[in-house]
Design a protein around this ligand. Sequence first.
Ligand code: HEC
Length: 502
Amino acid sequence: MPRSRFCVLCVVPGSALALSLFLLTPRPAAAAEPPAPPKGPVSFINDVAPILKENCYGCHGVKNPKGKLDMTKFASFQKGGTKDSPFVAGKPDDSYILDVLTAKNNRRMPPKDTGDALPPTKIAVISQWIQEGAKLDAGIDDKADLIHELRLRWIPPVAPIVYTRPVEITALAFTPDNKKLVASDHHELTVWDVTAGKLEKRIRTRARRALAMVFLPDGKLAVAGGRPGEEGDVRVYDINAGTPKVVDGVTYLDGVDDKAVMVKQLLDSDDEVLCLALSPDGKKLASGGCDRIVNVWDISGGAANAQLEQSIENHADWVFAVAFSADGKHLVTGSRDKTAKVWDLTTKESVLTFPDHQAPVYGVAIKADGKTGFSAGDDNQVRAWNATGDQAGKQVRASGGHGKTITKLVEVAKGGTTPPLLVTASADDTVRVWNEDNGAAVRTLAGHTDYVYALAVSSDGALIASGSFNSEIKVWKTADGTVVRAFLGSPGLAVPTAAAPK
Ligand code: HEC
């Protein structure tokens, strides 16, 4: 696929491009081909509901269902909308749903101008289910959210031992000792030795990809991600626990079923979770995602005892970025709604909105003194703005340089770098370092050959790691921009491409 066809929005959730990842592994059952003409009895949840979810829920969901027909619960589906029940048990010929699926009275569902008719095999499944009595499977409440019930039944695939093609790196994190890097791969996290560029560990995950990772004070790893358009999660992993299986020097952990590895699930949502942040005192964790909600947990008692403290619904669209102020009292967020915002966690109020990007905002940060906010996004600019005072929300300066979308913005928090630095990753294949005090460009880290989507800075500020859409991971020295190590972050394809420093 030519790179020119990529856009940053294609990397982010809900993309058709992500479907190409299915080439790696057999497609999971829930998203599989239409069920073969059913032989045995048809199950509502296993056979019918997946068809309805894929073809009907977009218009017949909980929010403003068309024709007042909410099909996401069995009870409301059975009751019908403005008309009577869409089906009559045992009588396909009297069932209105089959009339609309076959366009019997020239009225079709999905509506003719919005999509193709269902293939006859799928209509046959629904027809047979009605013929057999239109029953809901035992054990499911008729008011249960069917999207959730379907999610419960979905089984994550196991990543192949050797990848057939490089996958995009969508998140990176240094381990607390800064010696290893954790990367997001296909339904797994991979752990790489920084200086050797060698794969050491693979942790299977339910999420197809991680989109943000942060190590917690107790050494556990919080990971946000999901499956585009299907589900989202924040889970906490202990990547040094569980029952390891070692094959060819690589340790395999099961982060799906082994409760010693996947120690806590903090969030379960209907679409991907996009960002995470840890407060500087390590007591609070925040997430943001496609549901537009920013969640804040109190994790002072450890991740296992995490308490959801507040859920903030303040943005009009997906929340791509979140960061805490140094005192932990404010949150800065960036959204597809083209704004950055500051939220006061104490008064639970929105303090300001910064609208100047006029484009989706993918990265945010706030200066240690809390006075200046930073944001970057689809307008290729790093913008600094007043976070407090009379001029709050007013731009201080804009720094240009990136030729394409800025996908990430990270502050080099520690290490006493003078001046304080901001690091950005971009769809222009570069990583750039900026002087936080005056917005000046400090240096450009060039060498990636595809757009850069993942960015991490070591806790001592000495190293920057970047990951790109074509799977390249590069580790750079912050001080002079030299490459410490570069390798492909896809298992089996990982050929180190640079020598370790002497
Ligand atoms: C693009 C939006 C859209 C999709 C997708 C869609 N519908 Fe509809 N549906 C509508 C609209 C609009 C109405 C109400 C107006 C009408 O009845 O034509 C409606 C009404 C209905 C009704 C009548 C409800 C009532 O009681 O009035 C049924 C039954 C129905 N849809 C079934 C389906 C099924 C089954 C699917 C999936 C195969 C589906 N629809 C997919 C838009 C949609």
